[in-house]
Design a protein around this ligand. Structure first.
Ligand SMILES: NC(=O)c1ccc[n+]([C@@H]2O[C@H](COP(=O)([O-])OP(=O)(O)OC[C@H]3O[C@@H](n4cnc5c(N)ncnc54)[C@H](O)[C@@H]3O)[C@@H](O)[C@H]2O)c1
Ligand SMILES: O=C(O)C(=O)C[C@]1(C(=O)O)C=C[C@@H](O)C=C1
Length: 365
């Protein structure tokens, strides 16, 4: 008989996990979402096989239960689980971006002998909803698991086996360590991105030209500010302590930068950027972690008509698909830059070879 997976919250991540599970397992997937349109959409996209009208009903039938709701909802929903019938041997997990509060809430399940292993696939998008779900979303990403100290090693392996279709790399840590690290590389950058957008929005009231000028760099650094406000409100509230500490140290750092500019300290300003560049350039590019989110290749292109169709036709001739294309800069008589995004490392490598063969200068950041 087919095993059953139950996904609660059929948005971007719940949908992507369901698709990844289906890729590797002959499984019956049931789903629940408070928004009936998401549930219907998940059904018609074949993300789930069946919907249920309550969490209690799905939980009673499932071998694997995955909470893919915003983190504050997950904490609340876990509370109710203590009173529900759960199949012996069933594994419960979540995909939330914070881990400590969820783990604390799950402790009452763990004490009852129920297997709960917190999880966080470290990849995503600023898009929401099941329509944006993709089976390959987590390919090459880290998938953090936060099992309790005395968790059964076999259950951890079983969970990894359920999730092997994600093609992610599993890594274990405590919930506290997770929140500390995710605070620095994911949650805090989100606050910075939103604050930059606010700064420009405030300026726009005085000079509407500013948003028309907001191009490459501003758009790159603020992409994530387009993500779900519900999801990010919850993350900030659940990782309050780490974020307050990070804000303090950021403000201290900004004060130092302010002094460097006030003093026109050429040497130290240079060193500030040089050290940041060295660290950023040294980050692993092949791993999908916080950086980069996509397989991006940059191509220098002269600013003349037909160049974009030349690049795309070279790729088409070699059957290399691009998932996105963007012109980052074109000014008269100046080289422009094309940013091409690919689905996989292999596509990117092939594109690089073919474009270089046609004398295009390519590079990765
Ligand atoms: N978006 C990302 O980049 C990303 C990456 C990794 C992890 N996460 C985490 O994944 C979880 C889901 O995020 P998402 O991006 O898929 O959001 P989403 O908005 O696309 O999906 C969330 C879904 O949960 C449903 N939902 C909300 N409250 C519910 C409830 N009480 N019961 C049942 N369903 C409910 C919503 O209707 C929605 O369909 C969050 O905990 C988030 O922190 C997000
Ligand atoms: O790529 C993006 O849009 C993301 O913001 C993804 C991102 C991240 O910060 O890296 C966002 C939150 C998740 O918990 C995990 C991944």
């Amino acid at each position: 008989m087919k095993r059953t997976a139950f996904i609660i919250g059929l948005g971007l991540i719940g949908g992507s996990i369901a698709l990844a599970i289906r890729k590797e397992h002959d499984v019956h997937i049931i789903g629940f979402d408070i928004h009936s349109d998401q549930l219907k959409m998940a059904h018609s996209l074949r993300v789930i096989d069946e919907s249920v009208s309550s969490i209690k009903e799905g939980v009673a039938r499932a071998d694997l239960i995955i909470f893919a709701t915003p983190v504050s909802r997950t904490t609340e929903l876990l509370k109710d689980l203590v009173d529900y019938d759960i199949k012996p041997g069933a594994i419960i997990t979540d995909v939330g971006s914070t881990k400590r509060k969820i783990y604390q809430q799950a402790e009452c399940l763990i004490e009852k002998g129920i297997t709960f292993i917190g999880g966080h696939p470290m990849a995503g998008s600023h898009k929401s909803g099941v329509e944006a779900a993709r089976a390959h979303l987590f390919e090459n990403a880290y998938y953090i698991l936060t099992p309790s100290e005395d968790a059964d090693a076999r259950a951890i392996i079983q969970l990894q086996n359920w999730l092997k279709g994600t093609k992610a790399t599993f890594i274990e840590m405590t919930a506290d360590q997770h929140d500390h690290l995710a605070g620095a590389i994911s949650h805090f950058p989100h606050i910075v991105a939103a604050s930059l957008v606010h700064q420009v929005a405030n300026l726009e009231e005085k000079d509407p030209l500013v948003s028309r000028l907001a191009a490459g760099g501003f758009r790159d650094i603020t992409r994530i500010a387009s993500a779900s406000p519900v999801m990010w409100r919850d993350i900030l509230l659940q990782n309050k302590d780490s974020l307050l500490r990070l804000l303090e140290s950021w403000m201290h750092e900004m004060k130092n930068v302010k002094t460097l500019i006030e003093e026109e300290n050429e040497t130290d300003i240079y060193t500030y950027f040089e050290e940041a560049k060295a660290f950023r350039d040294g980050l692993p590019v092949k791993k999908k972690g916080a950086i980069p989110s996509f397989y991006d290749l940059y191509v220098d292109v002269p600013d003349h008509p037909g160049v974009i169709s030349d690049v795309t036709s070279i790729l088409a001739q070699h059957k290399i698909s691009i998932t996105n294309i963007r012109i980052l800069e074109t000014r008269e008589d100046i080289m422009g830059v094309l940013r091409l995004s690919f689905r996989s490392e292999e596509d990117l490598d092939q594109a690089k070879i073919q474009l270089q063969h046609h004398m295009y200068e390519t590079y990765r950041l």
